[in-house]
Design a protein around this ligand. Structure first.
Ligand SMILES: [Zn+2]
Length: 116
């Protein structure tokens, strides 16, 4: 899997608008690359690590601890960082929908509880 890890100072959280620790670009788990005309079109999704919004996420604890100790990734910490990113991606990279929650939301929509 080809993964792009982005860590710059100006990344903003789409949830709280605070500063992100990192953003990772992943291949979309369900949309395979396609050839359209002469171009190959690939689909991606982004996952983000926010120190505020992900503070209670069990999957994020390793990376949050890493950034609490180290302000940046160096050659000495790169291997540990990579392992933590792989673990985190494995947990958050491809969430499966909860079929019971989906059925519940469909029923709420049918009952008129969703507006807009
Ligand atoms: Zn946030």
């Amino acid at each position: 899997m080809n993964v792009e890890v982005i860590t710059t100072d100006d990344l903003r959280c789409h949830r709280c608008l605070g500063a992100l620790y990192l953003r990772v670009k992943l291949p979309h788990p369900r949309w395979a690359a396609q050839v359209v005309g002469e171009m190959e079109v690939t689909y991606s999704r982004f996952v983000t690590l926010c120190p505020v919004c992900d503070a209670h996420s069990p999957a994020a604890q390793g990376l949050l601890a890493f950034f609490a100790i180290y302000s940046q990734v160096t050659s000495e910490t790169a291997e540990a960082f990579g392992q933590l990113v792989r673990h985190w991606i494995g947990e958050v990279g491809c969430p499966e929908p909860d079929p019971e929650a989906l059925d519940r939301e469909i029923q709420q929509w049918r009952d008129g509880e969703f507006h807009g």
